[in-house]
Structures are given as structure tokens and as C-alpha cells.
Ligand binder design. Sequence first.
Ligand code: ZN
Length: 159
Amino acid sequence: MSYRKPLPQIEPANQTFWDGLAQGEFRVPRCTNCGHYNWVPFPACRSCLSEDQEWTAVSGEATVWSFSVVHRGPGAFDDDVPYAVVLAKLAEEPRGCIVIGNTVGIDPADLYIGMPLRIVYEAIEGEDVTVFRFAAADAAQPDDADAALSVENQPATVA
Ligand SMILES: [Zn+2]
């Protein structure tokens, strides 16, 4: 079956971001003047207004800042209800970046503010697009035995 949800409009201004997802990297514009990360992307740094920014891969670590659970989704999203939309705060500092996204592998009833997350990547079958989702930080990657073995070493939490 073909993919029925909206796909991103990939254009020169955001090509680096989408290329990053395809390579398993979440890239955020980082100011080369003050070092702050800026999300969502904008032509100038929100801290110092410098226009000198570089797409920089972040760790993919994040925590739940807020979330909403959707019980009636539009169109193809209705197949997924109930699903969560999270505002996730990236681990990168000093000024926090809040990224909106969907979760994968998390029962929405288990979400809580401060829950550790990590970004995972999903290639859309039949499309030249990779998207990102937020998974529980201690969830094993299906193809990553090392991650499964290190679950007990994850930080317990916080916030
Ligand atoms: Zn700056």
C-alpha cells in the first residue's frame, strides 16, 4: 500500500536536514557566533541574531516537554489513534530546542513530562524520504543488539 500521509516539501533551504535524516542524523542550525542551537530553522540566530549558522548533528537525546494524545485523527492518521504528538526538548544546551514530533513504540498512556526520549529514523517505503520519530530512550532498536544490552545503563530520569 502506498504512503497516505503528507510528505515534506524538500527544497534547497531544508535539503541538508532531510539528507541528515536519511543518514541517521538529526541536524539543527547551530550559530557559529554564540554556539546556540536554533530550532525551528530560521535565517538568524535567536540569541544573537547572527546569520552565520551551520547545520550540526545533535545527539538525538531528548525529554518530553509536553504532549497531547490524539483520539480522532484526520485522514490516514485515523488508522493510528490513539497516538501522541510530543514537544520534545533536545539535550543540547544552553538554550533549549523544542521539537514537535510523533512517538513510536510508546503507549501514549505511558508518556510523562520529563520522560527520556531518543530520535529514531524511519525511511518511508516507496518514497525517497526519511522521517524522524521519538522513541523511549531505553527502547532497543530492532537491529541494534548493543542498545538492547545497554538498557540497564540508561539514566533513570529526571526533570
Ligand atoms: Zn548566536
